[in-house]
Design a protein around this ligand. Structure first.
Ligand SMILES: *[C@@H]1O[C@H](CO)[C@@H](O)[C@H](O)[C@H]1NC(C)=O
Ligand SMILES: *[C@@H]1O[C@H](CO)[C@@H](O)[C@H](O)[C@H]1NC(C)=O
Length: 194
């Protein structure tokens, strides 16, 4: 009876120890990704900085991927202090940082979309964080503003011209009416004289 009790205790102990070790292992490999901002808006030709701070008790592999409704393409993959591999399309515009951050310069409209950061530790465990970037066309908005202003001015000019035309017409009518009003009197006086 006492022996059985002891054995049960042993099983519990071992299980507890195992759980504790597993917890420690998980903590050791745990990846944490801190990022202050997940949604960014920039204008064409500006730069953007996806700021993150990757913490891991390992040398993490940082991988950035671009996704939009039509495409999904790799931007770059790097291991701080080991290697940096940025895709040819992005090589001139991307800046890779050891803490996982990525700088993207000279933005284009097509850069609008989702940016996914995947961090993988040595054991193959990975974690993702997503960012949304919206790139606005400044020139286009200016043009839109200009065209609206031009339209308003054209409407105003049209109204003025219509007003002048109506005034001119009214003036002519008045002149003609006055002439017609004066005519019969002249006729009458002339008749009286005869
Ligand atoms: C990551 O590193 C870059 C450059 O070293 C720094 O500007 C940025 O603030 C860092 N990001 C965070 C979240 O710590
Ligand atoms: C960089 O990545 C591309 C594809 O993502 C791969 O084809 C190429 O071999 C890699 N280059 C290096 C030096 O790792």
């Amino acid at each position: 009876m006492l022996m059985l009790y002891y054995r049960l205790w042993d099983v519990h102990d071992v299980a507890a120890l195992f759980c504790f070790l597993l917890y420690l292992c998980q903590r050791a490999g745990a990846i944490s990704i801190e990022s202050p901002e997940h949604s960014l808006t920039r204008s064409v030709q500006e730069d953007v900085f996806f700021s993150v701070d990757v913490a891991c008790n390992c040398t993490p592999t940082i991988q950035w991927t671009f996704m939009s409704s039509s495409v999904s393409r790799a931007i770059g993959i790097w291991r701080p202090g080991v290697f940096t591999n940025v895709t040819a399309d992005y090589s001139s515009r991307v800046e890779a940082h050891d803490n996982g951050s990525m700088g993207l310069s000279d933005l284009r409209l097509q850069d609008t979309g989702y940016y996914v950061l995947t961090v993988t530790d040595g054991m193959g465990v990975s974690k993702d964080v997503g960012f949304v970037l919206k790139v606005n066309e400044v020139l286009y908005e200016d043009l839109q503003y200009l065209s609206v202003s031009a339209l308003a001015l054209a409407c105003l000019a049209g109204l003025l011209m219509l007003g002048m035309w109506l005034l001119d017409k009214a003036y002519r009518k008045i002149v003609a009416w006055r002439r017609r009003k004066e005519m019969p009197e002249n006729d009458a006086t002339e008749l009286q004289h005869l």
